[in-house]
Design a binder for this molecule. Structure first.
Ligand code: GDP
Ligand code: MG
Length: 370
């Protein structure tokens, strides 16, 4: 995935950088002319200004195996990866917790919930769904800026006793920019002030026509408190996933995306990764961001040690040489020499990127807007 600075894009379009910043601001993307935006956002912007799009081909550097596409015959159905977005206090965390509680595997021996940045549930029918446990559009945008498009489906949470709020609009814009399908969850249905129809009508103003208004965006009334509508929400996620035909090759060297990483006093650097293809196994040698390592242990979201992790499973990885960043790619390689080579290449790329993107602060944001 390509990233481009706002100024560079402005130059290519022969427009003023400040005009692009203003448009981005309206789309809910707060950047200065010196910062990078991802390809999807850039495309939206280009369309907005009435220009034509010519996509630059994928990087010719095959270091991340980005170019080696898996053969059609090797692809198997994989679970969807879902992100929950919405305004503060509208019930994102409550909904994540409630959905986690619907896991049919929950309560089995050894199952102690671990917050590792993502979790997977097994629904009643046996299907798996992965949820990113970092609600909010910041994590979503941050990951996308770093070129990681791990989310297949966004659940837009709107409190039915409130309305569309600034962060709701931002979430809508981010989801549109990412081209990710959305399911609207109108939550807090247990409250006496609950008015879901009002929400549906307000969504029309943002060109979101939900099913209940004869549109094609799925919507569902839920309560994290009583559990009402949760099964229906999961059904809708699975339906959407089927339409997306999500598939990956599980029988190859693994690739994964870092969801969360930290330094643990006892265990050293830890990263929660989401497998994007292949199967990650204990003993695998890998590169992750500018670091490398060998998988010493894998833990699932219930704290259990596992030997291997298939596509869409979030796992905590032990055995890293350093702490990577959210959005970094973990790539399994053949040997340690190759791991060092790739890590060095990535470090070089990261340095090049840093020199082209300036830090955000309010002052330069406003001067850019002026
Ligand atoms: P977040 O900021 O979007 O993560 O929102 P939270 O999940 O922290 O919820 C904000 C507040 O709304 C908390 O006080 C929750 O207890 C409450 N809340 C969330 N979901 C529901 C619900 O379905 N019904 C009711 N009655 N309250 C809810
Ligand atoms: Mg929260």
């Amino acid at each position: 995935p390509e990233a481009i600075t706002v100024q560079e894009l402005a130059n290519r379009m022969a427009e003023k950088g400040a005009d692009l910043v203003k448009s981005l601001f309206k789309m809910g993307v707060m950047v200065t002319v010196n910062q990078t935006i991802d390809q999807d956002t850039a495309e939206l912007l280009v369309e907005e200004f009435g220009h034509n799009i010519t996509r630059v081909s994928e990087s010719d550097v095959d270091i991340d195996h980005t170019v080696d596409v898996d053969d059609e015959a090797t692809l198997k159905v994989r679970p969807p990866v879902v992100t929950i977005m919405g305004h503060v206090d509208h019930g994102k965390t409550s909904l994540l917790d409630a959905l986690r509680g619907t896991d049919v595997v929950k309560g089995e021996a050894g199952g102690i919930t671990q917050h590792i940045g993502a979790y997977q549930i097994r629904a009643k029918g046996g299907d798996l769904v992965t949820f990113l446990d970092t609600p909010g559009h910041e994590a979503f945008t941050e990951m996308r800026m770093r070129g990681a498009n791990v989310t297949d489906i966004v659940i837009l949470v709107v409190a039915g006793d409130d309305g569309l709020m600034p962060q709701t609009i931002e979430a809508i814009n981010h989801t549109k920019a990412a081209g990710v399908p959305m399911i609207v969850a109108i939550t807090k249905s247990d409250k006496p002030e609950y008015k879901p129809q009002k929400i549906r009508e307000r969504l029309l103003e943002h060109e979101i026509v939900v099913e209940a208004m004869s549109g094609d965006v799925q919507d569902v009334e839920v309560s994290a408190k009583t559990g009402a509508g949760l099964d229906e929400l999961i059904e809708k996620i699975l339906l959407q996933a089927e339409l997306l035909e999500l598939r990956a090759n599980p029988d190859r060297a693994a690739e994964a995306t870092v969801v969360e990483a930290k330094l643990d006093k006892g265990k050293g650097p830890l990263a929660t990764v989401l497998i994007t293809r292949g199967t990650l196994k204990v003993g695998d040698i890998f590169v992750v961001g500018v670091h490398s390592g060998r998988v010493r242990a894998l833990h699932d979201d219930k704290g259990r040690q596992i030997k291997s992790a298939p596509p869409a499973l979030p796992v905590e990885v032990l055995g890293l040489s350093g702490v990577p960043m959210a959005g970094d790619t973990l790539t399994v390689v053949d040997n340690e020499a190759r791991a060092r080579e790739v890590a060095a290449f990535r470090a070089e790329q990261a340095t090049a990127k840093r020199t082209t993107s300036a830090p955000t602060n309010l002052e330069n944001m406003f001067s850019a807007l002026a």
